[in-house]
Write a protein that binds this ligand. Structure first.
Ligand SMILES: [Zn+2]
Length: 257
């Protein structure tokens, strides 16, 4: 329901009882998180169940896979658009051409709608205008509703600075989720848990495509699986729902309509 008809409907309801508006709208879809209002209007009638546009940002070619790939696979299963922005070619961790190829293959496996690889220097990513401009260009290109990015509580300077640069664009996106990478510090506080039991295999398959990284301890399947199981246990998902794996996020911003 959109446009003039929708506004008429709201006005009719409003003249009777504003509570009815809330109930009427929620009755369309009881679980309303994941919906959003038209960006140009601001009343209940403009709620439209458009698919979300999601942008995942990683400092290096395998970061999104480690932090949020199963959650991205969940988004794809819901019909959402998923875009990837990789800030560097990861040349400090292997030949950049090969690393980009691995990222693109992983994106293809995920069914991502786009992947953009920036040219910031691996291990020297800053939080200043160069990084901000790259992320801003990504935002302008895909107009995301939600961003998944690094946590500022990360011991890797590239990850930390990618998070800080993203935060400067706080006003321009509805939701910002901060994912867990193997280098997060003790200050990383998970507040959001996503059941990824059905999508865990996508994360593992995508990580296996990063052959240049296969000697890194943190990319081993048992390490990834152990963390996912722990997060599901910590969230109570295992006991309550028998969900065995979760990805955990800290939350920088969540906008509900
Ligand atoms: Zn990284």
């Amino acid at each position: 329901m959109q446009g003039a008809a929708a506004n008429r409907k709201v006005n009719d309801l409003d003249s009777q009882n504003s509570l009815i508006i809330v109930r009427a709208d929620l009755s369309l879809k009881p679980y309303s998180i994941g919906t959003r209002c038209s960006k140009r209007q601001d009343n209940y009638a403009t709620v439209s169940y458009l698919n979300k546009v999601v942008l995942a940002i990683g400092a290096h070619p395998d970061d999104c896979e480690l932090g949020c790939y199963a959650t991205l696979a969940y988004h794809k299963s819901q019909g959402d658009s998923v875009h990837l922005l990789i800030l560097s070619k990861g040349e400090a961790g292997g030949p950049s051409k090969k690393r980009i190829k691995e990222s693109k293959e992983a994106a293809q496996l995920l069914g991502a709608d786009s992947i953009t690889v920036g040219d910031l220097k691996d291990r020297m990513i800053t939080s200043d205008s160069q990084t901000i401009d790259l992320i801003q260009a990504g935002l302008e290109e895909v107009q995301p509703d939600r961003i998944y990015t690094h946590s500022p509580h990360d011991n890797h300077q590239d990850h930390r600075n990618a998070a800080l640069a993203t935060m400067t664009l706080y006003r321009h996106v509805d939701d910002i989720f901060l994912y867990e990478s193997p280098s997060v510090s003790h200050e990383f506080t998970p507040r959001v848990f996503v059941n990824i039991t059905r999508f865990f295999h996508v994360k593992i398959a995508a990580l296996k495509l990063h052959e240049t990284q296969n000697r890194k301890y943190y990319i081993r399947t048992e390490a990834i699986e152990g963390l996912a199981q722990y997060r599901a246990f910590q969230a109570g998902m295992l006991a309550k729902y028998n969900h065995s794996k979760a990805e955990a996020f800290d939350l920088a911003k969540l906008t509900l309509f």
